[in-house]
Design a protein around this ligand. Structure first.
Ligand code: AMP
Length: 282
């Protein structure tokens, strides 16, 4: 496994792999890797000749007052995990070679970036789309692996890939959870014991919604209000949003259909957590 920081060197390596007709699977991350990331890497390993993981805590997707400085960083551990999973290359740029002096180009996926999490985090998805566009140009993968955990991000990146004709296939992998239901996230490291237990309200609310749907409830408003009640029973939890939307446009739906996305963001203490589920029934 090789670690490369220089984007130019990385692109040269990718071009060589292309010449040799090797397929490239790419997993972009911000590090502090966990089983959620590993599921993407394992899938990429199964499906490609070359697996590339990027680790970059991208400053342009953090707003003022967000956790850019304290975001967990543990490169050695991450590199060990990647080695064990059979990753071929880690791309490890720094902010100066991704955004050198004079950098002025940004990608904004209109409308979608302003909904749901975009309302609370203006500029976040502009930063995400920009860095992913740059990474796709540098890494030149055949397949990009993303997690359903960040459902809105997956919708926005898929839209960008389509709109800007990036020659890459996007695959979105299911959410990996802990046994008790908590969706894995690098930010879970911020939670103390009590917050960790309160954080279960997110997955519990989603399970409640799924149970209501399986009992025949199709009214989105009723489902949201029961989810709201459940979460508001927890003193530590503050709801940012609960939304039931279609997966393409992220527009609110009144009536649940197969494929409807139930997404929520809840602050526990100082930690804003997100989770979601896609409704599936026939
Ligand atoms: P991050 O390092 O948080 O930027 O995440 C990198 C990639 O891993 C993104 O595509 C995430 O959606 C994905 N990911 C993060 N957590 C999980 C999880 N619990 N299950 C599946 N994928 C995840």
């Amino acid at each position: 496994m090789k670690l490369i920081s220089d984007p130019k060197k990385f692109t040269a390596m990718a071009a060589k792999a292309k010449q040799l007709k090797k397929s490239i699977g790419f997993v972009p991350t911000m590090g502090a890797l966990h089983a959620g990331h590993f599921s993407l890497v394992k899938r990429a390993r199964r499906e490609n000749d070359i697996v590339i993981v990027s680790i970059f805590v991208n400053p342009t997707q953090f707003g003022p007052g967000e956790d850019l400085k304290k975001y967990p960083r543990c490169l050695k551990k991450d590199a060990d995990s990647c080695r064990k999973l059979g990753v071929d290359f880690i791309f490890l740029p720094d902010k100066d070679n991704m955004y050198p002096k004079g950098y002025s180009t940004f990608v904004n996926v209109e409308v979608l970036s302003g909904l749901l999490c975009g309302l609370r985090r203006p500029g976040h998805f502009r930063g995400v789309a920009t860095v992913v566009a740059k990474l796709l140009n540098i890494v030149q993968p055949d397949t990009l692996y993303l997690g359903q955990k960040d459902a809105q991000q997956a919708v926005i990146i898929s839209r960008m890939v389509k709109d800007l004709n990036f020659p890459v296939k996007v695959k979105v992998m299911p959410i990996v959870r802990q046994k008790d239901g908590l969706a894995l996230s690098s930010r879970n490291a911020y939670l103390n014991e009590k917050e960790r237990s309160s954080a279960l309200v997110l997955s519990k609310a989603l399970r409640l919604a799924e149970a209501m749907v399986s009992c025949g409830q199709r009214n989105a408003g009723r489902i949201i209000s029961r989810m709201r009640q459940l979460i508001e029973n927890n003193k530590q939890a503050k709801i940012d949003y609960i939304a039931i939307v279609d997966q393409e446009e992220l527009r609110e739906v009144k009536k649940i259909k197969p494929g409807s996305l139930i997404a929520l963001a809840v602050t526990i203490g100082k930690n804003r957590l997100i989770d979601n589920t896609v409704i599936d029934y026939n």
